[in-house]
Design a protein around this ligand. Sequence first.
Ligand code: ZN
Length: 486
Amino acid sequence: MSWETVAGLEVHVRLATRTKIFCGCRNAFGDPPNTLVCPVCLGLPGALPVVNEGAVDFALRVALALGCEVPEISVFARKNYFYPDLPKGYQITQYDRPLAVGGNLPIEVGGARRSIALSRIHLEEDAGKSLHDETGGSGDTRIDLNRCGTPLIEIVSEPDLGRPEEAGAALESLRRIVVHLGVSDGDMSRGSMRCDANVSVRRSGDTSLGAKTEVKNLNSKKSVVRAIAAETSRQIKRIERGEDVIPATLLWDEARGAVRPVRAKEGAPDYRYFPEPDLRPLVVDPARRERVRRALPELPLARRDRLVVRYGIPETDAGVLTASRVLADWYEELAGRVGDGKLASNWTRGEVLRTLMERGCGLAELPVTPSALAELLRRVKEGRVSGTAAKRVFTRMVETGRPASEIVAAERLERISDDAELAALVDGVISAHPVEADRARTGEERVLGFLVGRVLKASRGRADPRRTHEILRERLGRGSDRGGDA
Ligand SMILES: [Zn+2]
């Protein structure tokens, strides 16, 4: 009997607004505990929340980019529960009238694309943070309320994911989209995106849904995939033993690679939702909706498709280049200035990304601009600087911030165009390797290749490999390649 997974995701994305969602406190990560708080986000009596319209616009960007329907009116609601890091005793969220409904998230698994149906997107505030055993390791718990009131959107999918890998792809796709839209840094390691998964199983071909559990604390793409796979097999084992799947909230333990129960699943009635009395309904009129829609940038998958067509590069390369909007912008500017999309792609994916990794910095901190690199790559394209020499020039450009032309001139890295100069290098290599030269004369191609390599090295990458080959053959008395005598 074969089984299938039915999973849905609930993803919280922290919006990168300057201030919190209902007060003027700075919205930041990593400040000293309890320094970014005020009466509103602490929930002190009498304090009144005011909606941050910037957070609403950010949420609208995501909703419209994912094709959701945005009703003109949505309503904030109180979700009541007690938790030590929630001093108000309730969270302001949206319940039966969310900001946006429907929509689709495009995903790609193993080259095949499909869309995951979304159920809703709503705005809410985050709670604070409990810090366990972080100060002295004596089993203490401390509370940091800086995160209270930071703006979140919750994106809820339909139970539309059939395999753990699809959930991983959905999370990655969503991360790229929110980063592309400029509404979040999408940094899962800092909690900017947090994911819960609803998981149930059913026999293949069955159309009804089985009892589901909710797995929390999935904070990376890898965790989502592993957790859904683990929960799927746990449920299948139970059913095959004749036991029921009990609806529950489970916590994913990444280290153990297993789920553990935290509590029985609460239903909506437990939270006693009611409309937030301190906030008016949120109005998004058609003009505002259109203003946000018109300003939407191209989304990652669409941009990838366009790069493939426009610059003639492979889809996988375009995928790397559209990993972030900044990188894609950088690449497109370079490609435009060089007039060669493939060359620009090779360099962006190769030298540029490698340099960023080595220096641990972003493109903004790279001392080489697209226009500066384009100047170098035009020389490569015209055959005036070899690929090897160009890499040396680029390294010097990164180190010194000087333009390619200066470095090429100062370090004499222009390709050798004078045959006499090349012949002198060839002769030097022949006399330094008499044994190999003799073997090359008797027709050992591999040794000939070795000698070419020596000449290129002696020229510091300035020699043209093909011309070197020709001159070397002449000097060894083996004639030209082109006579078909090899
Ligand atoms: Zn505040």
